[in-house]
Design a protein around this ligand. Sequence first.
Ligand code: NAD
Ligand code: 5JK
Length: 369
Amino acid sequence: MAESAQVPKLVYLVTGGCGFLGEHIVRMLLEREPRLRELRVFDLHLSPWLEELKTGPVQVTAIQGDVTQAHEVAAAVAGSHVVIHTAGLVDVFGKASPKTIHKVNVQGTQNVIEACIRTGTQFLIYTSSMEVVGPNVKGHPFYRGNEDTPYEAVHRHPYPCSKALAEQLVLEANGRKVNGGQPLVTCALRPTGIYGEGHQVMRDFYNQGLRFGGRLFRAIPASVEHGRVYVGNVAWMHVLVARELEQRAALLGGQVYFCYDKSPYKSYEDFNMEFLGPCGLRLIGTHPLLPYWLLVLLATLNALLQWLLRPLVLYTPLLNPYTLAVANTTFTVSTNKAQRHFGYKPLFSWEESKARTIHWVQALEGSAW
Ligand SMILES: NC(=O)c1ccc[n+]([C@@H]2O[C@H](COP(=O)([O-])OP(=O)(O)OC[C@H]3O[C@@H](n4cnc5c(N)ncnc54)[C@H](O)[C@@H]3O)[C@@H](O)[C@H]2O)c1
Ligand SMILES: CC(C)CCC[C@@H](C)[C@H]1CC[C@H]2[C@@H]3[C@H](O)C=C4C[C@@H](O)CC[C@]4(C)[C@H]3CC[C@]12C
């Protein structure tokens, strides 16, 4: 990736480029990577907005494909300089089977690694997740921790298990020789809970609030902090680390970075209210309205119902034992590793992140606004 101000020559591939985060990475690359010649967007489902991007100066190539199909991945990777592997099955609600989650997140990642090695692509960035660390099954708090904070990372749920395995594969692949003899340089970014334009769970909460006459009911104590990061800053961190990976290969290769910004430390529900409040919703109660044991019972009932109804219908409520445990366990990061290693500073301030997200919620279909 030699510096060249005049002639854009790099080819980037973004897997999962039509997803919530993927779209922001794609748009950010087009805005802020002047060395880009071609941007390949690989996804199981291609979005219509890709069409409008094809009219710009960078060649945008839409590739419909499946990361579980090694030959499709290899064809997309061949000839690219950098791969940002964001595709994944983000499912903590029981929509997909554990086997499918493993196949997409772990086998899919293995396919991306092997494709880089076979085709000679040297730089690979993996979108991991804070969930590879925690919250763990024991509900231990992780309070303003960093990449070196000791924590017992024990998981049972298929999603964090798959992300942890995939991250390990990516990190272990660092240094392997790619076709042509150069070493593969990999790193993993671990976003906390991402929010911003396009966030499906925020949309779900908003719609739920509208159904309850503009009210949401507090379920989690305000004292439980949940780490959140604005999607634009997550995208920016990907763009920046991709840019620096060649120059600082020895430092960045094989490393993990929490993906964070200056979003305030709050409980999951209080944080959502930063956006939903200005859109007309109210959070009822300064303390949880239901005792915790009752929430556990309801979550367990939901899991049972899901299992019983599975042959007939897919029942996937927001509340289940896993989501309750995640929402009810303090997990926040405070680190400057990304800043020290590759100069990351959030591109969007908290005020801007908040304004953009509110604007998006207000524009949602059925909005009370
Ligand atoms: N949303 C969060 O809060 C969060 C937090 C931390 C990490 N992450 C990670 O960020 C990444 C993106 O998450 P997101 O929230 O944008 O999810 P998303 O579901 O919006 O995007 C994932 C994209 O991957 C694509 N995809 C799924 N299976 C595929 C397959 N077999 N082949 C090709 N493409 C496939 C989907 O079509 C989708 O466009 C994931 O790897 C996720 O684990 C998300
Ligand atoms: C108990 C209910 C009232 C609230 C339920 C909220 C629940 C759906 C939310 C809470 C925390 C959310 C997760 C968290 O932000 C981080 C991640 C990591 C990421 O890799 C995938 C998404 C996920 C698991 C969020 C999913 C939705 C959760 C569990």
